[in-house]
Design a protein around this ligand. Sequence first.
Ligand code: ADP
Ligand code: ADP
Length: 232
Amino acid sequence: MITLNNVTKTYTQDQTVFHAVDSVSLSVKSGEIYGIIGRSGAGKSTLLRMINLLEIPTSGSVIVDGMELTNLKGRKLRLARQSIGMIFQHFHLVTNKTVLANVLVSLELANYPKKDRKKRALEVLRFVGLEEHVSKYPGQLSGGQKQRVAIARALANKPKILLCDEPTSALDPNTTREILGVLKNINERLGVTIVIVSHEMDVIKSICSRVTVMDKGKVYETIEVAPQGIVD
Ligand code: ADP
Ligand code: ADP
């Protein structure tokens, strides 16, 4: 579903070239929950953002669902990106829009048929358990509820892939378990392939089947894990 071949991202500062991600190759299978772990600064977030070309690789290729994204531009790239949803540590919601309007924005941007937008938005909001909160503003929600809105927004366009950048790092342990449960549900019931970046091994171990350990921009190792389930 996702193949990265020798993907590198460099930043140049004061004529010094710094490798944020250094020749990383990996592949994520369809239907998998895949983890990327490593300490802060290891290059995890940069790597994740290259999967949907939010960051353009300096070199290497990114192949998603059979398409080489690194070759696409303009409208074709925008279309390919619609099959990839993304969520973040700090949710990135539009604070002056309601929960429903936040989800509608993503459907508008994707040119989802106008007459079906509201129905689709309410459907995904129900899926993440927010049907009673659709008219609230983000400031009226708990952290876990905010992340559910972000998940609904990411799922609205029926992506095949969901990228999660530290999805539980701003949440307390109980809410973390809840959100991991939502992600597991999305994977099992909707068949969405999930990639999770985290610095917490407990998070990764609870739902991922494989994990790549990154250090200083490189893959240190990739290991199979038997998901332990979401335990107390
Ligand atoms: P992680 O997600 O593992 O914490 P990041 O991918 O965010 O790591 O960052 C990897 C390295 O790349 C860090 O040292 C970071 O400072 C550097 N970096 C990330 N983005 C930029 C940028 N836009 N300009 C310069 N350096 C960057
Ligand atoms: P959690 O610790 O689970 O993230 P919070 O303590 O933040 O939960 O919130 C608990 C409940 O209070 C939630 O159901 C949320 O809807 C409500 N709530 C949180 N912040 C506000 C707010 N600013 N205005 C109204 N209700 C809020």
